[in-house]
Design a protein around this ligand. Structure first.
Ligand code: MG
Length: 369
């Protein structure tokens, strides 16, 4: 089987509500999504998506994905998409780094490989759990009142896991955490996501005031987190600083975090993320899984990886579909059911978009005759 054509679309994904990352540092209103259709000479078509959370959150750029695909296309065309490691090495040779540009191609190849094998991606990756995964909400807010309102909106949709964005003013952070904890319901999974918003001193202040809660990415770098994480009694999660396999190895070996937040677009796709998963499992580290952002396709990619994690090590998946106002798959694919996502049983990814809903056709790359 050979890859014969790459078709690239760009889609704007407006957010239903304006979203503030960690205490109002950054406002987001629309995501720039890249969808890629990968055709083969066997008549099987795969789909991939790359949707960074804007371009001010981490080093990832919507237009950069499309430029990266243009650069990598000659190295990918003609390859067998079922040989995921061949495709991965071709992309890494063509364009070192730029992992976020690679994840859509990797995702589409997994989709094709699953369809060719007659298996959902998660089963092709080695077998998996059918336990529905709780969806973590994303509570981007500035005040106590806004936080309460957003969390109640998600609870009304059945959500039992919440990622509350904090990080900025220490007194306000402590007040918001205490308010959320006071209203916590039985069985809820809560994570306080700092998004790198604290200095080391600020982190220590909040950790001392709130010793029982889990913080995610409290400071900018792994060195910062190494300096403060052992002073916190409860687990620490790392996501923005978890990019490469070397990062995962260092965090695990040095005991910098007890939870990984694996972002598929950030780490370069399922192929690379599966290795990070295995490092986590080998070291007793729990996981949250998310694509980073995007449509139901991206959510489904994250769900497949989450399904390959033993139930007791997978805390939740984060899904973006309830935050955006467009649906490129007309209700198909895994959707929120009582705050959970159920793995699709169809071969491959299990959901494809409506091409008519995909906005702008940006490029077509074809194998030379
Ligand atoms: Mg995070």
């Amino acid at each position: 089987m050979k890859i014969t054509r790459l078709t690239v679309y760009q889609v704007d994904l407006p957010l239903e509500h304006p979203y503030w990352l960690s205490a109002g540092r950054l406002k987001f209103e629309c995501l720039d999504a890249t969808l890629i259709k990968v055709d083969t000479d066997a008549g099987i078509t795969g789909w991939g998506e790359g949707t960074p959370w804007g371009h001010t959150y981490v080093p990832a750029h919507g237009p950069g994905i499309r430029a990266g695909i243009e650069t990598m296309a000659p190295f990918v065309l003609g390859r067998d998409p079922r040989k995921l490691l061949d495709v991965e090495r071709a992309m890494d040779l063509a364009l070192p780094g730029h992992l976020y540009a690679k994840s859509p191609i990797d995702m589409a190849c997994w989709d094709i490989a699953g369809q060719a094998a007659g298996l959902p991606i998660a089963d092709l990756m080695g077998g998996c759990s059918r336990t529905p995964r709780p969806i973590a909400s994303s509570v981007g807010a500035k005040t106590i009142e806004e936080t309460r309102a957003i969390m109640e909106r998600y609870r009304a949709r059945g959500y039992v896991a919440h990622s509350v964005k904090i990080g900025g003013d220490v007194a306000r952070d402590i007040a918001r955490i205490r308010d959320v904890e006071a209203r916590k319901r039985d069985g809820e999974i809560l994570l306080y996501d700092v998004n790198r918003g604290w200095s080391r001193a600020q982190a220590l202040q909040v950790m001392q005031a709130c010793p029982q809660v889990t913080f995610e990415q409290p400071c900018e770098t792994l060195d910062d987190i190494a300096a403060i994480a052992r002073k916190h009694a409860a687990p620490v999660s790392v996501d923005e600083s978890l990019v490469t396999l070397q990062d995962a190895a260092r965090i695990a070996r040095d005991g910098l975090a007890e939870v990984f937040g694996i972002k598929l677009n950030r780490v370069g796709g399922l192929t690379k993320a599966a290795r990070i998963r295995d490092i986590a499992l080998a070291h007793g580290i729990d996981m949250f899984v998310m694509a980073t952002g995007g449509t139901v396709l991206a959510d489904t990619e994250a769900l497949h990886l989450a399904a390959t994690i033993p139930d007791d090590a997978c805390r939740a998946v984060w899904a973006c579909q309830d935050m955006i106002t467009v649906d490129i798959a007309d209700g198909r694919g895994p959707r929120n059911e009582g705050g959970h996502l159920h793995l699709p049983e169809a071969p491959g990814l299990g959901v494809h978009p409506d091409e008519a809903a995909l906005g702008q056709l940006r490029a077509i790359y074809e194998m030379a005759e």
